[in-house]
Design a protein around this ligand. Structure first.
Ligand code: PMP
Length: 354
């Protein structure tokens, strides 16, 4: 069928492909880096105590309760915090706000696969900088003229953490554009660039409640940066959709931040499981870059990743696989509970010994 005339006026995009969200009883879901443990107990209490009558009213448009609690927790001013509907919303808003220079923005060739989608959506030219053979960022690649820089630290889907010195080297070399550090996975043993926002007015640090705070379903993300950056972000947000953060997210998000002991215990538990799983997968013949995230990016010495992906899927163990250059022989495996990881390892041990 030929295209209708009106289709010429459509903004054409190739959407981001999220990990699948099957919902089978007994399945082991290690494919979207969610937290295997529940959110802080205060979240359940606040959810149970929520007054439906409050839903008649619009929520605070700036997500003020959440902004305030985050500012206090991270030791910054509320004017340095912006919240959104997951860090995807924050990142999308940041692309729209800060990457209007006309020159290509820079990000790694192997990275979060939403960056090129947003760039295309907003008609932002981009150039990818190849990671080295150990999946490390080469700081010198970020010395070319550009319209902005973005990278996750730890990187996704590799889990590789770059030292703060390298992050600062990249920021220092790019003070005429906005540099975004996407710290979705920083709470699993990473080092945050947050202190650098006081030194560099062009640095935006983005984080999320989806992984370490076990609230992917509520969609809460945030970023911190110089007050001027946050003002510009709010100008765009209020030109786009005033009420992004719904009331339950604001109320329940505050509860998650308040329980720091639970947050630290949960992330420590995941880190402990990750370190043990590294050892066991190594013994089964897997290799992987050292991960500081809540996932491992593994390849097997002899069995192709695609085959393992399919075999795992048939056993109702879901992991993530991309048929893309450089990463088509790797699986990204989220760190689940100890019991889930035991089941994964038992399956792999048996499959590999056939
Ligand atoms: N950044 C990175 C690097 C991610 O892997 C993800 C998760 N898909 C996100 C941002 C977005 O997460 P969310 O929108 O749930 O905060």
């Amino acid at each position: 069928m030929s295209a209708a005339k009106w289709e010429e006026n459509v903004r054409k995009c190739v959407p981001y492909t999220a990990g699948e969200q099957p919902n089978k009883p007994g399945m082991i879901k290690l494919n979207t880096n969610e937290c295997p443990y529940p959110p802080a107990p205060g979240v359940a209490r606040a959810a149970a105590g929520m007054d439906p009558d409050a839903l008649r009213l619009y929520p605070n448009a700036e997500g003020k309760p959440l902004v305030d609690v985050l500012a206090a927790y991270y030791g910054v001013k509320p004017e340095q915090v912006f919240v959104g509907v997951g860090s995807d919303d924050v990142l999308s808003m940041a692309f729209m706000t800060f990457f209007n220079g006309g020159k290509p923005i820079l990000f790694p060739d192997v990275t979060y696969s939403f960056y090129d989608v947003w760039a295309d959506l907003y008609r932002i030219p981009y150039r990818t900088c190849p990671l080295d053979e150990d999946f490390r960022i080469r700081a010198e690649d970020y010395r070319q003229p550009n319209g902005g820089v973005i990278f996750p630290n730890p990187n996704a889907p590799t889990g590789v953490l770059e030292p703060l010195e390298k992050v600062e080297e990249i920021i220092r070399a790019n003070q005429d554009v906005v540099v975004i550090v996407d710290e979705a996975y920083v709470d699993f043993g990473g080092v945050s660039a947050l202190p650098l926002i006081q030194k560099y007015d062009n640095l935006l640090v983005v984080q999320t409640f989806s992984k370490s705070r076990a609230m992917a379903g509520l969609r809460i993300g945030f970023c911190m940066g110089n007050e001027k950056l946050i003002r510009f972000l709010n100008d765009v947000k209020f030109s786009y959709n005033s009420y992004t953060m719904n009331l339950p997210s604001q109320i329940l998000g505050v509860e998650a931040v308040k329980d720091d002991a639970y947050f630290k215990a949960t992330t420590a538990k995941i880190i402990k499981t990750r370190e043990r799983v590294k050892k066991e997968l190594g013994e089964l013949g897997f290799t992987f870059p050292d991960s500081k995230a809540n996932f491992l990016f593994v390849s097997h010495r002899t069995v192709p990743a695609k085959e393992l992906f399919q075999a795992l899927r048939e056993a109702d163990i879901y992991v993530r696989y991309w048929e893309k250059p450089r990463i088509d022989n790797s699986l990204r495996i989220t760190i689940g509970t100890d019991k889930q990881m035991d089941a994964l390892i038992a399956f792999l041990r048996q499959y590999l010994s056939r």
